[in-house]
Design a binder for this molecule. Structure first.
Ligand code: IPR
Ligand code: MG
Length: 237
């Protein structure tokens, strides 16, 4: 069985396969996104139940802007309504919500609600839910480099002083406990990282399942956690 002391501290999820799930049921893509939002709520509570500290979910990548406008608009509205519907229960459950990604490109109303949710929950410390919205792993590293380059230009930092800790501190994940995911789960059979976390995945155990995200529930999560606990993590040693 699962051992609590071997639980991952930080699980990251690429929630993929929502439209295929809808299509296989003769439904619209929007129904798949809605079902995906439901799966997310279930998985958040399961992670809390199993003593995982941080759950990061890839909810919208910078590539997703290329989707049909009707789908992008629906996803933006869905993200806002999920935050609206869940902020009270997140506060009650001690869940801190953080959003990573370039929020400047999001609709004004969603951006305002993200700020509100982050402020309302910023003192919660029992569980961290991180939602990556308009996130790009490459851009995260680019903006970190830009920030450090400004410090070098201002004479605050010498080039020789730049090290991985300095870079860690400039990435979108700098404020969370356990910034490096121990386990990355990707659903729907795709086996790629798709410009999600790049730097942060240096030692992450990668787990792929054919299950479509809306069907990813307790059985699937437990299966992923058993596989994780069976893998001896060597960190290259
Ligand atoms: C926006 C993102 C979380 C949606 C992931 O599911 P998806 O739309 O990529 O679904 P498909 O891979 O089945 O097209
Ligand atoms: Mg997909």
């Amino acid at each position: 069985g699962l051992r609590r002391e071997l639980m991952p501290k930080h699980v990251a999820v690429i929630m993929d396969g929502n439209r295929r799930w809808a299509w296989s049921r003769g439904l619209m893509p929007q129904a798949g996104y809605l079902a995906g939002a439901g799966a997310l709520k279930v998985v958040v509570d399961l992670c809390r139940k199993w003593g995982i500290h941080v759950l990061t979910v890839f909810a919208f990548s910078s590539d997703n802007w290329l989707r049909p406008k009707v789908e992008v608009d629906f996803l933006m509205g869905l993200l806002e309504s999920v935050l609206k519907d869940e902020v009270a229960s997140m506060s009650r459950k001690g869940i801190r919500l953080s959003v990573i990604g370039d929020v400047s490109k999001l609709p004004q109303s969603l951006r305002e609600f993200i700020t509100q949710c982050e402020n309302t929950t910023k003192n919660n410390s029992r569980f961290n839910l991180v939602i990556a919205i308009n996130y790009s792993g490459k851009y995260d590293i680019v903006q970190a480099c830009q920030s450090i380059a400004r410090k070098v230009k201002d004479g605050v930092v010498e080039p020789e002083e730049i090290n991985e800790f300095m870079i860690n501190n400039e990435l979108g994940t700098n404020l969370m406990p356990f910034p490096y995911p121990d386990l990355l789960i990707r659903t729907s059979g795709e086996v790629r990282v798709s410009n999600f976390f790049l730097w942060q995945l240096a030692y992450t155990e990668l787990y792929f399942t054919d299950t479509l995200w809306p069907d990813f529930g307790e059985d699937e999560l437990l299966r992923a956690l058993h596989v994780f606990q069976r893998r001896v993590r060597r960190y290259g040693v």
